[in-house]
Design a protein around this ligand. Structure first.
Ligand code: F6R
Length: 613
């Protein structure tokens, strides 16, 4: 995790770097720092300013500091080695070499022991500082930062992306990676290197994605790419479509609230490329897998983490019901270490908003090694997972900046609908009429979602009362069960409250004991084939004194009668209900966390892009 920015060019590096870090703060926010050249023209040194806490602390410190140079690097940290503190904040600077690092150097103990034997003195508890020591030694030998990197790279094991600068080469930046992402923005007379395009788009829309074991060498306005062995390589310059205004809050208090409100558009954008408006049927555009390949699939494994995993769980219900293919759904960190049996003709479907989640990426690689066909659902195009999968579906949600995923979740639900319908179509598992009906329902979702967003006001008003409960149990059955899980995850991560997501039918097997008048039950209970049974579960919870918020379809008197609050959703088919139900559970978590005074966009201990195991 952690965010990296480097800049060389005519603008004030402080502004570019701090502006970039602000957009990368979702990646980590326990400390931050910059190292920027300063001093008279021919005798510039790195002036390093670092601060514990969020970026705001660093920005305060920098208010009165200026720099004369045109080269600098910056970092926002999510601690791995060494507690969050100013001393452990990046950049780490040794003898004029300064670097920022994202990831983990796994052999750091060996490196540290060797360096200590040579008399190195350490000024932090991080693994990152050790690389600065190694580079400082090698620039002394070689007189060149690029050569030093070539020598140091083979000494490192682990997952890392590193950006280094040396004061003796004031127009040079060298970066390399194995794991976490690094992107080079190629501007007009300026170069930006960063962990994510969001830090780059204000300066240029021309970017190059670095692959593992590649080195980027920036010298002035020139950029070259090399393999770890030093062989020059040609890289494609990609033009990105995200714009700078997409990464602003647009008047909302938090990115998360903005992103919740963007969801109708996100679902429409996910669907748009895959609908044949003439035939009113699904056509998977540019997915990169042939109909023959899709027809041949006998089993699907859906693999993801966190919110993406819960979307995948909903996908299991969709694919099994609409395409009649058996589906296993796995948490990526479990899948990769359980020696999974992947039979021939399996499709491995990985879901990741960022496309960089380390466990999901590792699971994808494992599946490819086993010879499986792979398909990814990603939001960030050209991210590692997107690049490595055989087939691709895109969420098209636009940048998601709030650490808690929202619009990527509903976009994924829409894509899983489309994929299931298409699999059903090519395999003959679904009649044309049923496919068209399900698709019609899906295409109606964005306007129905607009209506559900009106619950924003309800939760804003109810939040003070809701935060007083000792915990919240979210429950649902069938395809609504993953929404219960997602509701609980959102509340845990944002409000730091105890919450559980349960399959409503499981309640009697344990969680019923949790229920009393201080426990709030959120029952996701739309009018689908499980409705009656879920209603009975709701009665059971109520009989134990639980307070009830129910989420159902239309003007449901039966639900109203047994609930403290009833939230009505527009009438939709079972395949679309989860998209509508997501909104109230997201709004609940958002408003309760906000009422508690939490930083909703940057919940404690978390980072958006989990690029370490
Ligand atoms: C929770 C959340 C996380 C992510 C998870 C996977 O709100 O955002 O649980 O869903 O870290 O991230 P991606 O989808 O980027 O692989």
């Amino acid at each position: 995790m952690c965010g990296i920015v480097g800049y060389y060019g005519p603008k004030d590096p402080k502004d570019v770097i701090v502006g970039g870090l602000k957009r990368l703060e979702y990646r980590g926010y326990d400390s931050a720092g910059v190292a920027i050249l300063d001093g008279p023209k021919n005798d510039q040194h790195f002036k390093v300013v670092r601060a514990e806490g969020k970026l705001g602390e660093l920005a305060k410190k920098l208010e009165t500091v200026s720099f004369t140079g045109h080269l600098g690097i910056g970092h926002t940290r999510w601690a791995t080695h060494g507690v969050p503190s100013e001393r452990n904040a990046h950049p780490h600077t040794v003898d004029g070499v300064s670097l920022v690092h994202n990831g983990i150097i796994e052999n750091y103990q060996d490196i540290k022991a060797d360096l200590a034997r040579e008399g190195a003195v350490f000024s932090s508890d991080t693994d990152s500082e050790l690389v600065a020591h190694l580079l400082a030694r090698k620039v002394k030998e070689t007189g060149d930062l690029f050569k030093a990197v070539e020598l140091v790279l083979p000494m490192l094991t682990g997952a890392y992306s590193i950006l280094a600068v040396w004061e003796k080469q004031p127009d040079v930046m060298v970066a390399f990676k194995n794991g976490p992402p690094l992107i080079v923005g190629v501007g007009e007379k300026e170069m930006v290197i960063a962990s994510d395009v969001q830090a780059i788009i204000s300066h240029t829309n021309k970017v190059v994605y670095l692959e593992d074991f590649e080195i980027v060498f920036v010298k002035g306005n020139d950029v070259k790419f090399f393999s770890a062995a030093g062989a020059p390589i040609k890289k494609e310059v990609v033009t990105i479509t995200w714009t700078a205004d997409q990464v602003e809050k647009a008047g909302y208090k938090h990115f998360m609230l903005k992103e919740i409100h963007e969801q109708p558009r996100a679902v429409a954008a996910a669907c748009a490329p895959h609908v044949n408006l003439e035939t009113k049927r699904v056509k998977l555009s540019d997915v990169g897998l042939s109909d023959e390949q899709l027809r041949g699939i006998e089993r699907v494994f859906i693999i993801a983490c966190g919110t993406s995993y819960y979307a995948g769980l909903a996908g299991k219900y969709l694919i099994e019901q609409l395409a009649k293919i058996p589906v296993e759904c796995d948490i990526a960190s479990e899948f990769r270490y359980r020696d999974p049996v992947i039979p021939p003709r399996s499709l491995i479907l990985t879901i990741s908003q960022s496309g960089e989640t380390a466990d999901t990426l590792a699971a994808l690689r494992l599946a490819k090694q086993a010879g499986a066909l792979t398909l990814s659902i990603c939001n960030v195009r050209a991210s590692s997972i997107d690049r490595e999968a055989h087939g691709h579906l895109y969420m098209n949600s636009g940048p998601e900046i709030g650490v808690a995923s929202t619009k990527a979740f509903v976009s994924t639900l829409a894509l899983l609908n489309l994929l299931s319908l298409y699999l059903g179509q090519v395999r003959g598992a679904l009649s044309v009429k049923d496919e068209q009906h399900a698709l019609e329902q899906l295409l109606a979702a964005p306007s129905q979602m607009e209506a559900v967003l009106a619950y924003d006001k309800f939760f804003a008003e109810a939040a003070q009362k809701l935060k007083a409960y000792k915990g919240i149990l979210f429950m649902g059955r069938g395809i609504n069960y993953p929404i219960a899980l997602e509701g609980a995850l959102k509340l845990k991560e944002l409000a730091y409250m105890h919450a559980e997501g349960y399959a409503a039918g499981e309640m009697k097997h344990g969680p019923l004991a949790l229920i009393d008048e201080r426990m709030l039950i959120v029952m996701v209970c739309p009018s689908d084939r499980n409705y009656e049974k879920t209603l009975s579960n709701l009665e059971e919870a109520r009989a134990r004194g639980g307070r009830i918020i129910s989420i159902g379809t239309g003007d449901n008197h039966a639900l109203k009668a047994v609930s403290d609050h009833y939230l009505s959703l527009p009438k939709a088919e079972w395949n679309v209900n989860p998209i509508l139900e997501s909104i109230p559970v997201q709004l609940l978590a958002y408003h309760v966390a906000n009422a508690m005074g939490h930083d909703v966009d940057q919940p404690r201990n978390l980072a958006k892009s989990v690029t370490v195991e």
